[in-house]
Design a protein around this ligand. Structure first.
Ligand code: FES
Length: 66
Protein backbone atom coordinates (compact mmCIF):
# COMPACT_ATOMS: atom_id res chain seq x y z
CA UNK A 1 0.00 0.00 0.00
CA UNK A 2 1.23 3.47 -0.81
CA UNK A 3 1.12 6.35 1.63
CA UNK A 4 0.97 9.91 0.30
CA UNK A 5 1.75 12.82 2.56
CA UNK A 6 1.05 16.42 1.55
CA UNK A 7 3.88 18.41 3.07
CA UNK A 8 3.16 21.93 4.27
CA UNK A 9 4.42 24.40 1.63
CA UNK A 10 6.33 21.58 -0.05
CA UNK A 11 6.23 18.38 -2.04
CA UNK A 12 4.03 15.33 -1.97
CA UNK A 13 5.85 12.47 -0.25
CA UNK A 14 5.07 9.05 -1.69
CA UNK A 15 6.21 5.93 0.12
CA UNK A 16 5.38 2.26 0.27
CA UNK A 17 4.38 0.19 -2.74
CA UNK A 18 3.94 2.58 -5.67
CA UNK A 19 4.63 3.10 -9.37
CA UNK A 20 5.04 6.57 -10.83
CA UNK A 21 4.13 7.04 -14.49
CA UNK A 22 3.92 10.00 -16.84
CA UNK A 23 0.76 10.96 -18.75
CA UNK A 24 1.66 8.53 -21.53
CA UNK A 25 1.99 5.63 -19.11
CA UNK A 26 5.79 5.49 -19.12
CA UNK A 27 7.25 4.49 -15.78
CA UNK A 28 9.80 6.63 -13.93
CA UNK A 29 12.67 4.66 -12.49
CA UNK A 30 12.19 4.78 -8.74
CA UNK A 31 13.76 1.38 -8.15
CA UNK A 32 15.36 1.05 -4.74
CA UNK A 33 13.74 4.20 -3.38
CA UNK A 34 11.72 3.85 -0.21
CA UNK A 35 10.16 7.27 -0.76
CA UNK A 36 10.02 9.96 -3.41
CA UNK A 37 9.01 13.62 -3.28
CA UNK A 38 6.80 14.90 -6.08
CA UNK A 39 6.87 18.64 -6.78
CA UNK A 40 3.68 20.59 -6.08
CA UNK A 41 5.01 24.08 -6.74
CA UNK A 42 6.09 23.82 -10.39
CA UNK A 43 9.52 25.37 -9.76
CA UNK A 44 11.57 22.18 -9.85
CA UNK A 45 14.27 21.77 -12.48
CA UNK A 46 13.84 17.99 -12.22
CA UNK A 47 10.13 17.33 -12.80
CA UNK A 48 8.16 15.62 -11.50
CA UNK A 49 10.51 15.35 -8.52
CA UNK A 50 11.03 18.04 -5.92
CA UNK A 51 14.51 19.57 -5.97
CA UNK A 52 14.03 21.95 -3.07
CA UNK A 53 13.17 25.01 -5.16
CA UNK A 54 9.81 25.39 -3.38
CA UNK A 55 11.83 27.06 -0.61
CA UNK A 56 12.93 29.82 -3.00
CA UNK A 57 9.77 30.52 -5.00
CA UNK A 58 7.37 31.52 -2.24
CA UNK A 59 5.19 28.48 -2.67
CA UNK A 60 2.36 28.24 -0.20
CA UNK A 61 0.49 24.97 -0.08
CA UNK A 62 -1.46 24.32 3.07
CA UNK A 63 -1.80 20.66 4.01
CA UNK A 64 -4.42 20.07 6.63
CA UNK A 65 -7.05 17.39 6.34
CA UNK A 66 -10.38 18.27 7.90
S1 FES B 1 7.66 21.18 -4.25
FE1 FES B 1 9.80 21.18 -4.05
S2 FES B 1 10.51 22.05 -5.87
FE2 FES B 1 8.36 22.06 -6.09
Amino acid sequence: MAKLTVNENGPLKVEGDFTLTDAAGNTYNTEGKKAIFVCRCGATKNPPFCDGNHKNCGFEGPSRAF
